[in-house]
Design a protein around this ligand. Sequence first.
Ligand code: TXA
Ligand code: MG
Length: 356
Amino acid sequence: MMQTKLKPVNGQSLAEAAELIQNGEVVGFPTETVYGLGADAMNAEAVKKIFAAKGRPGDNPLIVHVCCEAQMRELCREWNSAAQALCDAFMPGPITVVLPKAAGIPDAVTAGLSSVGLRFSAHPAAIDLIRLSQTAIAAPSANLSGSPSPTTAQHVFADMNGRIPMILDGGACAVGVESTVISLAGKKPQLLRPGGITAEQLRGVLGEIEVHPSVLQAGMVDKAASPGMKYKHYSPRARVVLLDVSCGEKEMLCALQSARDAGLKAELICSRSTAPCAEYVYAYYETAQEAAAGLFGALRRADEKELDLLLVKALPLDGMGLGVMNRLLRASAFTVLRSGDSFLFEKSGKTYEVYC
Ligand code: TXA
Ligand code: MG
């Protein structure tokens, strides 16, 4: 098995990582959103190693990371005024723009699409790594396909140990959910994935934008729009069930109690201010930003604690709440309970009813 080195970010480890990238290898690295699994975007063989390491389906395109605006312009066929406006307002930062792709980008990167997702991360280690590698870096999130995205180098190690040669440890990611993906390749700007830059911020710069139906609904994905959204995502082994925003303390306690009475190991994630009781609660966020920053770590911890059930109070859909709910809806397979609802939980061949 390959030895995976985990090294703190410094001049020496960056040089070593850049050399690996130039040699067609795959490296884990930090960004301000989540950790990425990077390879030379211009080297199709190197890019294929990313898909292999993640177990990712080949029809899900990768984001190409750049270290400056000029490099971004070189990688698209048509730069437009909307791209310029987003660049001026939010880059470097947690946003990816989808544009018609330049001819040089291998099909393996874009899964054969005529467009490419381009991102200029603000993380100094990402910028330095791209500069030193003297290429653009194709990188998805550095988790195994289907698992929660990694927000620490330890999360990457847990998923990628033995699969890649090196991980750069830059500490915890500040944003915690992936970049906002916005397509500028169609007639109107279309939000494909909400993330670090909010829909309100995008509207402030672009005016009206379309929100792709897959952002909040199941089964709304066509290949051309946002291929990644059709896969089961962000799922811990524990079952995740959401409690609607209308649920109060009574419903939260009822759901927890009925699960525990049925012998299930269940915990609750809700805001600190609405937490019904300290016990069995990951009293966990105050603002939607805080919820985003802690989300994927909380999903991973649920498995470390071997929970059967993780109940999560839904967030309002404004600001960062939209990005958090986009992930939580997928993690829960779109299971949202309101007062009076129940669902059946199966464990070891037995069925239990949980209600709120
Ligand atoms: O924050 C992030 O964006 C992180 C860090 C590492 O930069 N990366 C990331 O990559 O989340 P990934 O592969 O896990 O998600 C990329 C998303 C997928 O939903 C994919 O389908 C979409 O972007 N995407 C990429 N290229 C696209 C394209 N040409 N057209 C439409 N969607 C695209
Ligand atoms: Mg991902």
